[in-house]
Design a protein around this ligand. Structure first.
Ligand SMILES: Nc1ncnc2c1ncn2[C@@H]1O[C@H](COP(=O)(O)OP(=O)(O)OP(=O)(O)O)[C@@H](O)[C@H]1O
Ligand SMILES: [Mg+2]
Length: 112
């Protein structure tokens, strides 16, 4: 199992969410995040407010999926979240050792 963490433009979240549902990924955690990419110091207007580029609101998505779903998830996020401009975000892929469903104690892929 892998955890896919994707930091994307908040404006792309709805579309990414819909597309992931369509490929059979109905579960995810989301977070509002702010952070820094490579570029610092300049300002950018986002929905009428001016932000330092380092603090453009973004959405982080976390999905734990079986290994065979990882390529599908990643290619879906890339297809939709890529505008070709700096600041499109980033995808991190981590190994997951165990998953436990709290309700009934199921473990591993059964618990996803
Ligand atoms: N190495 C990293 N570790 C943790 N978070 C990161 C990292 N790189 C980017 N992020 C997060 O992703 C957000 C968007 O990053 P961004 O897309 O600007 O990355 P970048 O490396 O500057 O690429 P680009 O050149 O396309 O802008 C950041 O604001 C930060 O929240
Ligand atoms: Mg950047």
């Amino acid at each position: 199992m892998k955890k896919i963490e994707a930091i994307i433009r908040t404006s792309k979240f709805e579309e990414v969410y819909e597309a992931l549902s369509q490929i059979g990924i109905p579960f995810m955690s989301t977070y509002d995040v702010k952070g820094f990419g490579l570029e610092h110091g300049s300002a950018q207007v986002y929905r009428g407010a001016t932000y330092s580029v380092g603090f453009i609101p973004r959405t982080k998505i976390e999905i734990v999926a079986t290994d065979d779903h990882v390529d599908d998830v990643v290619s879906t996020i890339l297809r939709i979240a890529n505008t070709g401009k700096v600041g499109d975000g980033k995808i991190f892929i981590l190994d997951v050792e165990e998953v436990i469903r709290i309700r009934n104690g199921e473990v591993g892929q059964m618990a996803l």
